[in-house]
Design a protein around this ligand. Sequence first.
Ligand code: IPD
Length: 300
Amino acid sequence: ADLNLQEIHDTLISVAHEAGRMMLAANPSDIEQGEKLNSVDIVTETDKAVENLVSSRLSTAYPTFAFVGEETYKPGIQITATPTFIVDPIDGTTNFVHGFPSACISLGLAVSRIPAVGVVYNPWQDTLYSAIRGQGAFVTVGAVWGLEGGKGRKNKLPLAKNPIPLTGLDKSLVSIEWGSQRDGVNYEVKTEVFKKLCAVKENGGAMVHSLRSMGSAALNLCAVAAGQLDVYWEGGCWAWDVCAGWCILSEAGGLVAGGNPGVWEPELDSRKYLAVRGAPSGQKEIVEEFWRVIGDETFH
Ligand code: IPD
């Protein structure tokens, strides 16, 4: 049966606002933290409560769909061709814990393992990014509390393709993340690539304009979609970190390539991504230039 992507999108927006109120209500000083894999892989009671809320709302509305959420994920769970909600209840948990206002709920729907709907909502800045595959991407700033499902919003703007060509990494603002893995071979890959990105080129001049980290993969992708960042590279993040943002970025004219060289069409759960903003030219060239920088420093 044909899916009503518009209806799913509107449901996700309403759930995102409900979740947003829950996040804002959490008092940072009371946030109970737990650790997952290590001391920087943090989970809070709010992450779990938001995921509970989202999964119960979505399984009631769409009982035949699959659901993959960060806090209920178990190794071995696969994303299949079935319509699947892919959810990070709080993307940017470290920022959330510190009260740094760059965190969001990331709600994606993948159909045949391709992102089809994306909703990313940062309640601290009341900024909502949304997209339906084939129908463009939008940002809604200063949404009015209580008016859910997009009604009554006046500040919904299309994320139009950035008119400025991409002319190379040395003119780019590049986003990177440490992620939660701080040892082993992937730690070496990250430090080597970060070092190369901060270096001066042989002919003088810096390799990139500068480096940034939003602390949330979804917000990195949305900033690339908005043309605020040119490039975002990360290895180690998960499908729930990228599904929604990927849909938004694609609809804004951007592209997602693989975080390791040579991969033009990465899988949703490949966990290594290189995102480039929309532009009239220079997208593929910047991907190739980035891959040259990586060289043999490849993620495992
Ligand atoms: C993390 C954030 C972070 C990224 C990590 C993610 P979480 O998600 O997106 O920016 O570097 O790879 O795991 O744990 O805050 O949901």
